[in-house]
Design a protein around this ligand. Structure first.
Ligand code: ARG
Length: 261
C-alpha cells in the first residue's frame, strides 16, 4: 500500500474524476486509508511504498504491476499523467528482489488493476478496452504459465477490470455484467458456474462493491446493499466496510489501494 500523503485529484483520466479536481479532503483521505490498512493488517503483512509529490494516483498500488511467484510484470500506463509512477514501482520491486518483466514498448498494461489472478481456477483474467491492451493476455500467459482470459470492458465508468470483477477465494465471482461486451460475458458464464456467480446491480457497482479485497473470510468493500451482503455471507464471507469515498473521487476504492504480492 502507499500512504495518501500526496493523494488528490489534479487531472481527469476517468469519468469519476470529472468535476473533482481539488475537491478531496486530505484529512478524511488519511483516515479512510488508515481504516483500510488496519483491516488488511489483521489478515496480511502490509508493506509500504513511499508516496511522492506530483504523483497523486501512486496510492492505487494495484496498478504497479502483476506480481506472482517472485516475478512482476510491471505496468506501462496508458495515460501520460501516470507514467511517472513506473520508475518508483520498478525501484520497489527491484529492492524486494523480484524478477522484473516489462511489457513491450508498444503495449499498455495497468497491472493488477486489469490482470486479476484467480486462485481457485489458477487462471489470470485480463481486462482490456480502456487501459490495458488485449495483446497483453498471451504475454501474461507465457510469463506466468497460467491460462489468461481476455475480457473486453465497455463502460467507461468501469475502466479497470478490478472495478467490476472480483474473483473470490472459493471460486465464486462478484461482477457487474453490463461492464462487459457480450462475448466476454459469455466467456465468464462458461467458466463460472451459475451458483458461483454473484451478479451485482448498477447501484452496488457504482459503490465500487466489486473493488473488494478478499482475505481469509473477510471481504473488505467500500459499501454494499443488504442483498449483496447476504449473498457474500452465503459464500462464507464476512462483508466488512471500509468507507473510501475520498478515493472514489479518483475512481478507486479498496482493491485499487492494495496490491497482493
Ligand atoms: N485515478 C486512477 C486512474 O484513473 C485510479 C486508479 C484506480 N485503480 C484501479 N486499480 N482501478 O488510473
Amino acid at each position: 500500500m502507499c500512504p495518501p500523503d500526496f493523494f488528490g485529484v489534479s487531472y481527469v483520466i476517468n469519468p469519476w474524476m470529472e468535476g473533482q479536481q481539488g475537491h478531496t479532503d486530505a484529512a478524511e483521505a488519511q483516515a479512510q486509508w488508515t481504516g483500510l490498512k488496519d483491516l488488511i493488517a489483521r489478515h496480511a503483512d502490509v508493506s509500504l511504498i513511499m508516496p511522492h509529490a506530483g504523483l497523486p494516483d501512486l496510492v492505487f498500488t494495484a496498478n504497479a504491476g502483476l506480481a506472482l511467484e517472485g516475478k512482476v510484470l510491471l505496468s506501462r500506463f496508458r495515460r501520460p499523467q501516470r507514467r511517472g509512477e513506473e520508475h518508483w514501482w520498478r525501484a520497489w520491486f527491484e529492492k524486494a528482489g523480484y524478477e522484473i518483466i516489462t511489457p513491450p514498448e508498444e503495449l499498455c498494461f495497468e497491472g493488477a488493476g486489469d490482470a486479476l489472478f484467480d486462485e481457485a481456477r489458477q487462471t489470470i483474467w485480463l481486462g482490456h478496452g480502456f487501459r490495458s491492451d488485449q495483446e497483453m493476455a498471451p504475454l501474461a500467459a507465457k510469463i506466468f504459465g497460467r491460462e489468461t482470459v481476455p475480457l473486453r470492458l465497455i463502460d467507461p465508468r468501469f475502466y479497470h477490470l478490478d472495478t467490476c470483477f472480483c474473483p473470490l477465494p472459493d471460486g465464486a465471482l462478484l461482477y457487474y455484467p453490463a461492464a462487459f461486451d457480450a462475448p466476454s460475458r459469455a466467456e465468464i458464464e462458461r467458466r463460472v458456474a451459475p451458483d458461483q456467480r454473484i451478479a451485482v446491480d448498477e447501484s452496488d457497482a457504482i459503490k465500487f462493491c466489486c473493488n473488494a479485497v478478499a482475505l481469509d473470510a473477510m471481504l473488505v468493500l467500500n459499501d454494499a446493499s443488504p442483498a449483496l451482503e447476504a449473498q457474500a455471507r452465503a459464500h462464507g464471507l464476512a462483508p466488512t466496510r471500509a468507507p473510501l469515498t475520498q478515493f472514489m473521487k479518483a475512481g478507486g476504492a479498496a482493491k485499487c489501494l492494495t496490491l497482493r504480492i
